[in-house]
Design a protein around this ligand. Sequence first.
Ligand SMILES: [Zn+2]
Length: 280
Amino acid sequence: MDAMIQYFEAMPSLHRSLLLVGGLTLFFLIEQAVPLFSLTYNRTKHTLQNLFFTLTTVIINFAMAGILVLSAKWVTNNHFGIINWLDMPLWATIIVGLMLMDLVGAWLVHWVEHNVKFLWQFHVIHHTDQHVDTTTANRHHPGESVMRFLFTTAAVWIVGAPIWLVFLYQTCSLVLSQWNHSNMKMPESVDRILRLVVCTPNMHRVHHHYRQPYSDTNYGNIFSFWDRIFGTYSVVENTKLKYGVDTYMDKKEADSIGFLLKLPFIGHRPHIDYDTEEKL
Ligand SMILES: [Zn+2]
């Protein structure tokens, strides 16, 4: 356990980059071998679009990383935050720390983005993808990347996370996100067991259905129980899903990087008010 802490305390940027590229490559190849939805779209074009938004996410996180490191140092030196106030053994500190980082840094920011109109205008870019796969994981408008960074920093303060816990959390968060967005076929029996604890592909895909109420469920990233606890958990047979978001189904808009970058600033399109609630 000490070796793991030492590793994450000084995790080299190169290893973080390799993890991003390695994870994407691994899940990309698995999707080619055992896809859930057949790969009928132009994968190269789709991948390049999503890699553009992944790159902006990486640049923003790299540029602001110093704030995260200083915050982690301050809370550790000043014994501030939940895990510093609770006197727990190391294994419990790791589990509770990861759970709370995931709650504030992923579930909560995601819920807020769906419920605050101004922030939805940024997050909707993630939902405009009509071919969800592992490259969708970091399809975030730069404005959303800043918002997510601020919530991760808030999580460090609330949790009292040392830097090794921050890097461990970010590693888990990245890999889980690449996996649960991937278009890989998962046997339902295996998925059902895994999603007792973690957010699986079969669970997260429901969140990418094109209309409410399903798009307002399954917000989680690492742990699946936050959605169960807060009443936002749903199960849908994945082959019934249609990806995208009803207000931006026009491919000319959904596939244009220029349009997506401008989208938050060109006025809000309210969700379509359907006569009947959809039951999948
Ligand atoms: Zn969402």
